[in-house]
Design a protein around this ligand. Structure first.
Ligand code: GRF
Length: 208
Protein backbone atom coordinates (compact mmCIF):
# COMPACT_ATOMS: atom_id res chain seq x y z
CA UNK A 1 0.00 0.00 0.00
CA UNK A 2 1.49 3.37 -1.06
CA UNK A 3 1.16 5.80 1.84
CA UNK A 4 0.94 9.36 0.55
CA UNK A 5 0.91 12.81 2.14
CA UNK A 6 -0.75 15.50 0.01
CA UNK A 7 0.43 19.12 0.37
CA UNK A 8 -2.07 21.82 -0.58
CA UNK A 9 -2.59 25.59 -0.46
CA UNK A 10 -5.93 26.26 -2.14
CA UNK A 11 -9.30 24.81 -3.04
CA UNK A 12 -8.03 21.24 -3.26
CA UNK A 13 -9.56 20.15 -6.57
CA UNK A 14 -6.44 18.11 -7.35
CA UNK A 15 -6.62 16.49 -3.90
CA UNK A 16 -10.28 15.76 -4.60
CA UNK A 17 -9.39 14.12 -7.92
CA UNK A 18 -7.00 11.81 -6.05
CA UNK A 19 -9.57 10.98 -3.36
CA UNK A 20 -12.28 10.35 -5.97
CA UNK A 21 -9.80 8.20 -7.92
CA UNK A 22 -9.16 6.07 -4.84
CA UNK A 23 -12.90 5.71 -4.16
CA UNK A 24 -13.54 4.78 -7.82
CA UNK A 25 -10.73 2.21 -7.95
CA UNK A 26 -8.83 4.24 -10.56
CA UNK A 27 -6.05 4.89 -8.03
CA UNK A 28 -5.22 1.53 -6.46
CA UNK A 29 -2.94 0.36 -3.68
CA UNK A 30 -2.83 3.91 -2.26
CA UNK A 31 -3.78 5.57 1.05
CA UNK A 32 -3.72 9.29 1.85
CA UNK A 33 -2.42 9.41 5.44
CA UNK A 34 -2.41 13.20 5.93
CA UNK A 35 -3.05 16.50 4.16
CA UNK A 36 -0.71 19.39 4.98
CA UNK A 37 -1.52 22.98 4.07
CA UNK A 38 0.36 26.24 4.56
CA UNK A 39 -3.05 27.96 4.61
CA UNK A 40 -5.37 27.27 7.56
CA UNK A 41 -8.35 28.44 5.47
CA UNK A 42 -7.59 26.21 2.47
CA UNK A 43 -10.70 24.54 1.08
CA UNK A 44 -8.49 21.48 0.60
CA UNK A 45 -8.42 20.97 4.40
CA UNK A 46 -12.22 20.85 4.41
CA UNK A 47 -12.12 18.24 1.64
CA UNK A 48 -9.69 16.15 3.72
CA UNK A 49 -11.91 16.45 6.80
CA UNK A 50 -14.96 15.43 4.77
CA UNK A 51 -13.04 12.33 3.75
CA UNK A 52 -11.93 11.52 7.30
CA UNK A 53 -8.28 12.29 6.55
CA UNK A 54 -6.15 14.17 9.14
CA UNK A 55 -5.34 17.66 7.96
CA UNK A 56 -2.90 20.10 9.50
CA UNK A 57 -1.65 23.58 8.81
CA UNK A 58 2.08 24.28 8.88
CA UNK A 59 2.51 27.87 7.75
CA UNK A 60 5.71 29.88 7.35
CA UNK A 61 3.83 32.69 9.13
CA UNK A 62 3.90 30.65 12.36
CA UNK A 63 7.71 30.57 12.48
CA UNK A 64 10.43 33.08 13.29
CA UNK A 65 12.03 32.52 9.88
CA UNK A 66 11.89 30.30 6.79
CA UNK A 67 14.59 27.97 8.11
CA UNK A 68 12.46 27.18 11.18
CA UNK A 69 9.45 26.49 8.93
CA UNK A 70 11.55 24.31 6.65
CA UNK A 71 12.69 22.21 9.58
CA UNK A 72 9.19 21.86 11.08
CA UNK A 73 7.74 20.91 7.68
CA UNK A 74 10.47 18.35 7.07
CA UNK A 75 10.14 16.96 10.62
CA UNK A 76 6.39 16.37 10.06
CA UNK A 77 7.04 14.52 6.81
CA UNK A 78 9.73 12.39 8.48
CA UNK A 79 7.37 11.63 11.38
CA UNK A 80 4.69 10.42 8.95
CA UNK A 81 7.14 8.36 6.83
CA UNK A 82 5.08 8.51 3.60
CA UNK A 83 6.15 6.52 0.56
CA UNK A 84 5.27 9.51 -1.62
CA UNK A 85 4.70 13.24 -1.06
CA UNK A 86 2.21 14.77 -3.50
CA UNK A 87 2.22 18.55 -4.11
CA UNK A 88 -1.30 19.39 -5.29
CA UNK A 89 -1.49 23.13 -5.71
CA UNK A 90 1.11 23.68 -2.97
CA UNK A 91 2.56 27.17 -3.25
CA UNK A 92 5.49 26.91 -0.84
CA UNK A 93 8.99 25.89 -2.01
CA UNK A 94 9.82 22.43 -0.68
CA UNK A 95 12.74 22.63 1.77
CA UNK A 96 16.05 21.31 0.43
CA UNK A 97 16.30 18.95 3.40
CA UNK A 98 12.93 17.43 2.47
CA UNK A 99 14.02 16.98 -1.18
CA UNK A 100 17.28 15.41 0.01
CA UNK A 101 15.44 13.05 2.37
CA UNK A 102 12.70 11.96 -0.05
CA UNK A 103 14.64 12.05 -3.34
CA UNK A 104 12.43 10.95 -6.21
CA UNK A 105 9.48 10.43 -3.88
CA UNK A 106 7.94 13.89 -4.23
CA UNK A 107 5.68 14.66 -7.20
CA UNK A 108 4.12 17.95 -8.30
CA UNK A 109 1.34 18.85 -10.71
CA UNK A 110 2.02 22.01 -12.70
CA UNK A 111 -0.62 23.67 -14.93
CA UNK A 112 1.49 24.03 -18.10
CA UNK A 113 3.57 21.92 -20.48
CA UNK A 114 6.96 22.21 -18.74
CA UNK A 115 9.45 23.71 -19.68
CA UNK A 116 7.01 26.36 -20.90
CA UNK A 117 5.43 28.76 -18.43
CA UNK A 118 7.05 27.39 -15.28
CA UNK A 119 9.59 28.41 -12.66
CA UNK A 120 9.59 31.32 -10.25
CA UNK A 121 6.39 33.36 -10.39
CA UNK A 122 4.47 30.82 -12.53
CA UNK A 123 1.68 29.45 -10.35
CA UNK A 124 -2.11 29.30 -10.30
CA UNK A 125 -3.92 31.78 -12.56
CA UNK A 126 -0.68 33.60 -13.45
CA UNK A 127 0.35 30.63 -15.60
CA UNK A 128 -2.78 30.92 -17.73
CA UNK A 129 -2.52 34.71 -17.95
CA UNK A 130 0.97 34.31 -19.44
CA UNK A 131 -0.23 31.56 -21.81
CA UNK A 132 -2.95 33.85 -23.19
CA UNK A 133 -0.58 36.84 -23.30
CA UNK A 134 1.89 34.81 -25.41
CA UNK A 135 -0.85 33.57 -27.71
CA UNK A 136 0.11 29.89 -27.68
CA UNK A 137 -2.51 27.58 -29.19
CA UNK A 138 -1.83 24.55 -26.99
CA UNK A 139 -1.15 24.38 -23.28
CA UNK A 140 -1.72 21.60 -20.73
CA UNK A 141 -0.35 20.18 -17.50
CA UNK A 142 2.70 18.27 -16.31
CA UNK A 143 3.24 15.91 -13.41
CA UNK A 144 6.89 15.62 -12.46
CA UNK A 145 9.24 14.56 -9.70
CA UNK A 146 10.46 17.42 -7.51
CA UNK A 147 14.15 18.25 -7.22
CA UNK A 148 15.91 21.31 -5.82
CA UNK A 149 14.93 23.41 -8.81
CA UNK A 150 11.54 25.02 -9.44
CA UNK A 151 9.47 22.75 -11.73
CA UNK A 152 12.71 21.16 -13.04
CA UNK A 153 12.52 17.53 -11.89
CA UNK A 154 12.08 14.48 -14.18
CA UNK A 155 8.78 14.64 -16.10
CA UNK A 156 6.42 11.74 -15.41
CA UNK A 157 3.54 12.64 -17.75
CA UNK A 158 2.02 15.53 -19.68
CA UNK A 159 -1.34 16.18 -21.32
CA UNK A 160 -2.08 18.84 -23.94
CA UNK A 161 -5.15 21.08 -23.80
CA UNK A 162 -6.31 23.43 -26.62
CA UNK A 163 -6.45 27.19 -26.04
CA UNK A 164 -9.70 28.67 -27.44
CA UNK A 165 -10.05 32.11 -29.07
CA UNK A 166 -12.25 33.63 -26.34
CA UNK A 167 -10.55 32.06 -23.33
CA UNK A 168 -10.13 34.05 -20.16
CA UNK A 169 -7.48 32.91 -17.65
CA UNK A 170 -10.26 31.47 -15.47
CA UNK A 171 -11.89 29.52 -18.33
CA UNK A 172 -8.52 28.19 -19.46
CA UNK A 173 -7.51 27.22 -15.91
CA UNK A 174 -10.71 25.24 -15.51
CA UNK A 175 -10.20 23.43 -18.83
CA UNK A 176 -6.59 22.56 -17.91
CA UNK A 177 -7.76 21.24 -14.54
CA UNK A 178 -10.64 19.18 -15.97
CA UNK A 179 -8.90 17.86 -19.07
CA UNK A 180 -5.37 17.45 -17.74
CA UNK A 181 -4.55 17.94 -14.05
CA UNK A 182 -7.37 15.89 -12.61
CA UNK A 183 -6.46 13.02 -14.99
CA UNK A 184 -2.67 13.15 -14.85
CA UNK A 185 -2.17 13.27 -11.08
CA UNK A 186 -4.34 10.27 -10.12
CA UNK A 187 -2.87 8.24 -13.00
CA UNK A 188 0.71 9.08 -11.97
CA UNK A 189 0.02 8.08 -8.36
CA UNK A 190 -1.53 4.78 -9.50
CA UNK A 191 1.49 4.11 -11.74
CA UNK A 192 3.88 4.80 -8.85
CA UNK A 193 1.77 2.77 -6.40
CA UNK A 194 1.96 -0.21 -8.76
CA UNK A 195 5.64 0.00 -9.61
CA UNK A 196 5.23 1.17 -13.18
CA UNK A 197 7.57 4.18 -12.91
CA UNK A 198 11.37 4.27 -12.75
CA UNK A 199 13.88 7.11 -13.09
CA UNK A 200 16.94 6.20 -15.19
CA UNK A 201 19.64 8.81 -15.87
CA UNK A 202 17.25 11.56 -14.79
CA UNK A 203 14.51 10.46 -17.19
CA UNK A 204 11.26 8.73 -16.24
CA UNK A 205 10.79 5.27 -17.72
CA UNK A 206 7.31 3.74 -17.72
CA UNK A 207 7.15 -0.01 -17.28
CA UNK A 208 4.10 -1.79 -18.65
C1 GRF B 1 -4.43 25.40 -9.64
O1 GRF B 1 -3.99 26.53 -10.35
C2 GRF B 1 -3.77 24.21 -10.21
O2 GRF B 1 -3.58 24.40 -11.59
C3 GRF B 1 -2.44 24.17 -9.53
O3 GRF B 1 -2.70 24.67 -8.21
C4 GRF B 1 -3.89 25.48 -8.23
C5 GRF B 1 -4.88 25.08 -7.18
O4 GRF B 1 -5.27 23.77 -7.40
N1 GRF B 1 -1.90 22.85 -9.54
P1 GRF B 1 -6.24 23.01 -6.34
O5 GRF B 1 -7.66 23.28 -6.78
O6 GRF B 1 -5.98 23.60 -4.95
O7 GRF B 1 -5.87 21.58 -6.47
Amino acid sequence: MLKIVVCVSGGGTNLQAVLDGIDAGIVTNTEVIEVISNNAKAGALKRAEAHGIPGICISPKEFADREAFNQAFTDELCRLKPDLVVLAGFLVKIPEQAVAHFGNRIVNIHPSLIPSFCGVGYYGLKVHEKVLERGVKVTGATVHFVNDGMDEGPIIAQKAVPVQEDDTPEILQRRVMEQAEWILLPKAIDDIANGRIAVVDGKVIKKQ
